[in-house]
Design a protein around this ligand. Structure first.
Ligand SMILES: *Cc1c(COP(=O)(O)O)cnc(C)c1O
Length: 362
């Protein structure tokens, strides 16, 4: 059996849209007049360099190679998309038959998994996180049982998890991927992995063709506006996802920004920023934990803290009155008294601290 047997059967020999950019003929390489894609021969005043006149490469090779090197995989194991959000959507669409094949999630968790399941009309199976003494924990035995028992095709785990902050170990991921082999695809969303001490689980891809890892330039690389993320998986699965993707998913400007963000120099500055941010996160955790009106601050491997308050509503409103917006988590299961606070710069954090000390005690 191969991971391709888990796909929606009608997609197994689906070739996707044959865009002008995808039709490749060796003679094309030598051509210098391209009249095959109904592009304008003129340059727009909005694009004086003319860089955006033509349709972009669907998967620019230089960016693909660069991201593959950064993430430690082969270029064939990687699909670039409009943020990891697009990866989530493509996976659900490619794997789940509407009304039949389930998606497993562990709430409280990032909302896009449920949104994509809903859009595809895939049944959603929830295995709640357990709020323990050391923070939230994922019950992986329950996840495996729920996936197998409900015939799920996709299991989403988030590590480090948003908004709860905890991580999974490689052993845990390895063992769950084995248990789900030939049954479901295990997707590990590593949007925050750069902020964690845990290594990425990309090293496990070689031994599990049902393992998928999501990475993004939106968080540690400070490029959320460019919408660049990656799906890392077995090459045969990457090919299928690519066929399901829109024909020209990556705007020229986003590709340019991504390449500039991945030079050695830019990566080294990103690493420095992460070190600073982690130190700020630990400092802020101590400070907030001691504030009156704060019930609990969870340890976090991400660039945020999840905080429970005696009166989260008042606290949220008072922060807002001070011009500070944090994320209200109260609608999420188990988080009726919680706010999620992104870690800012040292200066921003001082301002947050001052406002929070007042708001939490109010
Ligand atoms: C922010 C976030 C993403 C979205 O990343 P994009 O690449 O910007 O789409 C994915 N997963 C989790 C858990 C996130 O918190």
């Amino acid at each position: 059996m191969s991971v391709l047997d888990l796909l929606r059967p009608e997609l197994r020999d689906f070739a996707g849209y044959g865009s002008a950019r995808r039709a490749v003929d060796p003679a094309m390489a030598a051509a210098d007049l391209w009249l095959n894609a109904n592009e304008s021969p003129h340059i727009s005043p909005g694009d004086p360099s003319g860089e955006q006149r033509r349709y972009p490469e669907p998967q620019p090779l230089n960016l693909r190679k660069k991201l593959a090197a950064v993430y430690g995989v082969a270029p064939e194991q990687l699909l670039i998309g409009r943020g990891s959000d697009e990866g989530i959507d493509l996976l659900v669409r490619a794997l789940c038959r509407a009304g039949r094949d389930a998606v497993v999630i562990c709430p409280p968790v990032f909302g896009m998994y449920a949104v994509s399941a809903r859009l595809q009309n895939a049944p959603l199976v929830e295995v709640p996180l357990i709020d323990g003494r050391d923070g939230f924990q994922c019950d992986l035995d329950a996840v495996a049982a729920a996936a197998v028992g409900n015939g799920a095709k996709v299991v989403f785990l988030c590590s480090p998890a948003n908004p709860t902050g905890q991580s999974l170990t490689l052993d845990e991921i390895d063992s769950l991927a084995s248990r789900l082999a030939d049954r479901a695809v295990l997707v590990v969303d590593e949007a925050y992995i750069e902020f964690s001490e845990q290594p990425s689980c990309t090293g496990l891809l070689a031994s599990h063709d049902n393992l998928v890892v999501l990475r993004t330039l939106s968080k540690a690389y400070a490029l959320a506006g460019a919408r660049v993320g990656a799906v890392l998986a077995a090459p045969e699965l990457i090919t299928v996802l690519r066929n399901c993707q829109a024909p020209y998913p990556l705007p020229v400007a986003s590709v340019t920004a991504a390449l500039a963000t991945l030079t050695d120099e830019a990566r080294s500055s990103a690493r420095h920023r992460v070190v600073t941010l982690r130190a700020e996160r630990e400092r802020l955790l101590q400070v907030i934990a001691r504030m009156p009106g704060v019930r609990r601050v969870y340890p976090s491997d991400g660039n945020f803290l999840l905080v429970r308050f005696d009166d989260a509503e008042t606290c949220y409103r008072q922060l807002l009155a001070a011009g500070i917006v944090v994320r209200d988590m109260r609608a999420m299961p188990q988080l009726g008294d919680a706010l999620r606070i992104s870690i800012g710069s040292a200066k921003q954090n001082l301002r947050l601290e001052a406002a929070l000390a007042e708001a939490a005690a109010a």
